[in-house]
Design a protein around this ligand. Structure first.
Ligand code: SAH
Length: 394
C-alpha cells in the first residue's frame, strides 16, 4: 500500500530534524491526496526530502511522528518499539520486582509512541489511547504486546472511551481486547492496591507517584498526616506503614474515598489511625489550623491548556499558602503539580510567593519528579509534567 505524502512548507522541517514528533497544521504545504483521520503518512520537506512517518489527526497537531526513518508500522515495528520500552523498565528494576507489579510500559511521546499509554497491573495490561491513528492500529499493537510480554500478561484491557478526541469519527469502546480477568489488585513497594481499570481515573491508578510516596514513608513516623486529593489513598498507605500516628485522607469524590477505605483495610485491617473524608480539599484545609505535622497536596492538573496557566498558578498559590499557613511548626509539606503546561520553574516561583504571603520560614528539602517509567523525551520537553517540592516549614 502506498502511504499518502505530506509536504511541509519551506523551513518547517527544523523541529522534525531535531526529532520533535509533532507537526502543526500550519506547517503543512500540500498533500499527495486526501487523507482520512488517523491514516499513516510519509512526511517530506518542501524540497521532497524524506523526513519520517507519522499518522494524521484532525486538530492543531495534524501529524504525530512514529519514526524518523523509512519504515512501515507493522507487527515487527511495534514489537521492536515495545521491546525498547520494556528494556528501560527492566533496567529500572520494575519488571521482575517481587514488591512492585504496577508500572508504566509505554509513556506516549516519552517512549516515541505518541498517543499510546500502556500500564501494567500484575497480569493485566491497560491501554489508554489518545489518538485515532493509534486506535486504528490497536490490534497490531496488541499482538506486539503479546509478542513482547508473552505469558507475563493474561489480559489486555482497552480504556480509551474518554481519551479519544470527541470530534473524531470513530466510537471507541472500553473492554478486553485479549483474555479476561477479575483480578484488580496490584502491588507497589509491597503495599496492595485495588485498581479500578474499568471505571477509575486514568488507567485506574496513579503509578507516577510511586517513588514520591516511598519518600513520604520515611518522613511519617509519629506524624499526624493529612493527604489531600488522595484518590485511591496511595500516600496514605505509605504514611500508615511509616508509623504515622494518624492519617486523614481527603478527596471530593465519594468513589475515591470508598476505594481509599478499601485499600486501607486490605493492608491495615482494623487500624483506627486512618480516617477518610469525602470533602473539598480547600474547605478541609481551612479547618486544619495546627492539626497536622505532614501534608500532601497532589491536586489534579489545574491547567490543561496554556491559556489558563495564570488561573492555575493562582490555584496553586492559594492551596500552598493555606497549607503553609496551617501546618504545625516544624511541619513538612509534599506539594505537587501535574499540569504539563506549568513549568517546574513557574511552580517553584508560585510556591515561593505562597510562602512569602504567610511570612513563615520555609526551606526546600527535596525537588521531586516523575519516575523512570515515565521517561522524558529530551526532544519533546512536553513529556515532562510531574514536579514536586518537599518543604520544611519552621
Ligand atoms: N494523590 C493521588 C492522585 C491524585 S488525583 C494518588 O497518589 O494516587 C487528584 C484527585 O483530586 C482526584 O481523585 C480528584 O477526585 C480529587 N479532587 C479534585 N478536586 C478536588 C477538590 N476540590 N477537593 C478534593 N479533592 C479533589
Amino acid at each position: 500500500m502506498e502511504f499518502a505524502k505530506v509536504y511541509l512548507k519551506p523551513g518547517k522541517e527544523q523541529s522534525l530534524l531535531r526529532f520533535h514528533p509533532w507537526i502543526f497544521s500550519g506547517a503543512i504545504d500540500a498533500l499527495s491526496r486526501n487523507i482520512d483521520e488517523g491514516e499513516v503518512v510519509e512526511v517530506y520537506t518542501s524540497r521532497k526530502k524524506f523526513l519520517g512517518i507519522g499518522y494524521s489527526q484532525v486538530g492543531s497537531i495534524a501529524v504525530r511522528m512514529l519514526a524518523f526513518s523509512k519504515v512501515v508500522p507493522d507487527l515487527t515495528f511495534w514489537t521492536h518499539k515495545i521491546q525498547q520500552a520494556l528494556a528501560i523498565r527492566q533496567n529500572a528494576g520494575l519488571t521482575d520486582n517481587p514488591h512492585t507489579n504496577a508500572w508504566r510500559l509505554v509513556y506516549a511521546e516519552g517512549d516515541n509512541m505518541p498517543g499510546l499509554i500502556i500500564d501494567i497491573y500484575n497480569e493485566t495490561a491497560v491501554l489508554q489511547i489518545h489518538t485515532v491513528g493509534i486506535y486504528l492500529m490497536k490490534d497490531v499493537i496488541c499482538e506486539a504486546l503479546e509478542n513482547v510480554l508473552g505469558n507475563r500478561i493474561k489480559a489486555i484491557y482497552n480504556k480509551s472511551e474518554g481519551t479519544i478526541p470527541f470530534k473524531s469519527q470513530i466510537e471507541p469502546h472500553n473492554g478486553f481486547l485479549k483474555g479476561k480477568t477479575e483480578d484488580h489488585t496490584a502491588q507497589e513497594n509491597g503495599l496492595r492496591f485495588w485498581v479500578d481499570f474499568e471505571k477509575g481515573q486514568k488507567t485506574g491508578f496513579f503509578i507516577d507517584q510511586r517513588e514520591n510516596r516511598a519518600l513520604l514513608e520515611k518522613y511519617s513516623k509519629n506524624k499526624s498526616v493529612l493527604n489531600l486529593f488522595c484518590y485511591t489513598g496511595g500516600f496514605s498507605l505509605y504514611a500508615m506503614r511509616g508509623e504515622a500516628s494518624l492519617v486523614h485522607s481527603v478527596d471530593s469524590s465519594e468513589r475515591a474515598i470508598e476505594i481509599t477505605k478499601q485499600n486501607i483495610s486490605m493492608n491495615f485491617p482494623d487500624d483506627t489511625r486512618h480516617q477518610a473524608f469525602a470533602e473539598d480539599a480547600f474547605k478541609f484545609l481551612d479547618k486544619s489550623k495546627n492539626k497536622y505535622d505532614l501534608m500532601v497536596l497532589d491536586p489534579p492538573a489545574f491547567a490543561k491548556h496554556l491559556n489558563v496557566v495564570p488561573n492555575a498558578l493562582q490555584g496553586y498559590r492559594k492551596l500552598n499558602a493555606r497549607a503553609i499557613e496551617n501546618i504545625k511548626p516544624g511541619g513538612i509539606i509534599f506539594t505537587f503539580s501535574c499540569s504539563q503546561v506549568v513549568s517546574r520553574d513557574a511552580f517553584r516561583k508560585t510556591v515561593f510567593s505562597a510562602a512569602a504571603k504567610t511570612g513563615r520560614n520555609v526551606r526546600i528539602l527535596h525537588q521531586l519528579e516523575q519516575p523512570a517509567d515515565h521517561p522524558i523525551n529530551i526532544y519533546h520537553p512536553e513529556s515532562e509534567y510531574l514536579k514536586g517540592l518537599v518543604l520544611f516549614v519552621e
